[in-house]
Write a protein that binds this ligand. Structure first.
Ligand code: CUA
Length: 341
């Protein structure tokens, strides 16, 4: 008894802390701060449903209390019972039907708005899901990148979604989703980020369909730039990689171009043209590696190249290079990758 009471008190004390922690964790991936037309549409329907649900909840609770009190057993009077009251039954059938009908109208409008064909002039991106990373191909702009994209504020962006293996799902809570990436069937998703959505910090995205061992580690980042910043980013990403002038990176460059790296990875402007793994062109301009789970720095790159499966259990396509290279060689590869500006 004593133990239970103490436990209950501690649990009560922990509640606000848990709520705080939840708020801190969910802040970057919230649906309640929409930053695009698509996210606005979802949020509007959600608000209508929530308000109606709250009205229903309060009404039912009040009715339960009123009925329990007024029809209870009293001295000299039995509790009152009802059996089949046609008028009541009609009322409590019509009310839910009316509520569902009210919800249906904005829902259908939101579905129609968000599934219209994308407008002309939209930035087109072919998005391919892989176990466990995202490949983004800006077909008309001629650049390919992985796990981190930039899009212009105030301009429609249209994604064709497909999967290379199993079902994945595209979800950036503040911008759009969830839309599945299916093997063998293309889905489309387009949205226009608000002009005010432009900022330096990324909007966090996450694969939202269980897709295997590393599903939780399949993340991506969306940077919403001002149109001028976006144009500058595109120009920089399309530029060929100049041969490195960085002394520390030269050994890594030679090793990279002469090793198995090039059979899976591409670096624009070099002989590396593999398409199995993420495109590494201008890798140093990205904030993270390994589909958003590690910061893009020397230490993380070394750990990743040494043994990817240890950092992200389930990675099988990329071998542990610590088995075939010295730590010095791996460090030089990291130096090379960090020189890919
Ligand atoms: Cu990809 Cu879950």
């Amino acid at each position: 008894m004593h133990f239970t009471r103490r436990f209950a008190r501690r649990a009560l004390l922990a509640l606000p802390l848990l709520a705080l922690a939840a708020a801190a964790c969910s802040a970057p991936q919230t649906t309640t701060d929409p930053q695009s037309d698509f996210a606005d549409a979802v949020q509007n329907v959600y608000l209508i449903v929530t308000i109606l649900a709250m009205i229903v909840f309060v009404a039912i609770m009040v009715l339960v209390v009123v009925i329990a009190v007024s029809f209870r057993e009293r001295p000299g009077r039995e509790a009152r019972q009802f059996h089949s009251n046609t008028r009541l039954e009609i009322v409590w059938t019509i009310i839910p039907v009316a509520i569902v009908a009210i919800i249906a109208v904005p829902t259908f409008f939101a579905i129609a708005d968000t599934t219209d064909p994308p407008p002309a002039g939209a930035v087109k991106i072919e998005l391919t899901g892989h176990q466990w990373w995202f490949e983004f191909d800006y077909t008309e702009l001629g650049l390919v990148t992985a796990n981190e994209i930039h899009i212009p504020a105030g301009v429609p962006v249209s994604f064709n979604l497909i999967s290379d293996d199993v079902i994945h799902s595209f979800w950036v809570p503040q911008l759009a989703g969830k839309v599945d990436l299916l093997p063998g069937h293309e889905n489309n998703l387009w949205f226009t980020p608000h002009l005010t959505a432009a900022r330096d910090e990324a909007y966090l995205g996450q694969c939202a369909e269980f897709c295997g061992l590393a599903h939780a580690n399949m993340r991506f980042r969306v940077f919403v730039d001002t149109p001028a910043d976006f144009d500058a980013w595109v120009a920089a990403q399309k530029a060929d990689q100049a041969p490195t002038t960085n002394a520390a990176a030269t050994a890594g460059e030679q090793l990279f171009l002469a090793s198995a790296c090039v059979s899976c990875h591409s670096v624009q402007g070099t002989t590396a043209a593999g398409v199995v793994g993420p495109n590494l062109s201008h890798l140093a301009t990205r904030e993270t590696i390994a589909a958003g789970i590690m910061p893009n720095d020397r230490e993380s790159l070394i750990r990743w190249i040494s043994n990817p499966d240890e950092e992200k259990p389930g990675v099988v396509l990329m071998p542990a290079f610590e088995d075939s290279m010295t730590q010095e060689q791996i460090a030089s590869l990291a130096d090379y990758l960090l020189s890919l500006q």
